[in-house]
Write a protein that binds this ligand. Sequence first.
Ligand code: NDP
Length: 283
Amino acid sequence: MGTILDGKALAKLKADKLKEKVKILKEKGINPLFCVINIGENPASQVYIRSKGRLAKKIGIEQKLYQLPTNTQESEVAELIKKLNADPSVDGMMIQLPVPEQINITNLMEIIDPSKDVDGLTPANSGRLWQGHHFVEPATPDGIIALIDHYQIDLEGKNVVVIGRSDIVGKPIAALALERNATVTILHSKTQNPEFYLKHADVIISAVGQANLIKADMIKEGAVIVDVGINHVDGHLVGDVDFDDVKNKAGWITPVPGGVGPLTVEFLMEQVVKLARRRNDRK
Ligand code: NDP
């Protein structure tokens, strides 16, 4: 069986270290505060917000939730963002995705102050990422790179195949893998013959949201499999990868749950602390 890439254990290790860092910041009078704007009643969003809140509390970060009704207009969210941009006590903010259809998230990303952009999704921070200037990155890709580094997997010269091209996972993880000198291919729903790319992949990072998308006969022997997908099947949480089928052929594999998920939440906290520290350095 391939080596399990244990995201849960790494997240705990990192959270313990971050807690120490926050303690030191607080002794200097810096109290990290980040705000979550949630529009509507998406049940999965509620679960994610609670899990962020729990970790924030454990680490010593204050999370403030702005819960807005489903019929909130984009202009109202824009006003709230401007208020938080101007509030010196706020270190960072994020808009919980997905948002109701009347809200254009791209417009709102133009308004968030990039120095308070916890998710790294503003145009300024997305651009910086592709230019190799690390200001703040989306948490999931950062967590994946930390996991790969922790297990000393070298991406240089490797064929890395990313499945999915979202702004929050697919594109930024492609940028980070490219920066590590991998040869990167991004697959999406219109890709012809995905099997061809998967067969030649040294590393597969799947961020689709489709259970059992990846089977053992699609991958190369010894490949590194990073499963970002979260799917609910018969009351269980599963990824995009058919874990039981793939685990014996893969060289390394992330479980779901316990792989990328815990690292995402932990790295969100890392970003909050990073922004808090930078903002205070500038004072
Ligand atoms: P999106 O829905 O934004 O993106 C999904 C991507 O998958 C799209 O680019 C889409 O292509 C592509 N896609 C859909 N079907 C196929 C297919 N059959 N073959 C190849 N590509 C396909 O999702 P996210 O990136 O936000 O999230 C992806 C998954 O990861 C979800 O399950 C989500 O819940 C999970 N997730 C998990 C996190 C964690 O911490 N573990 C964090 C964030 C997300 P196209 O662009 O052409 O439509």
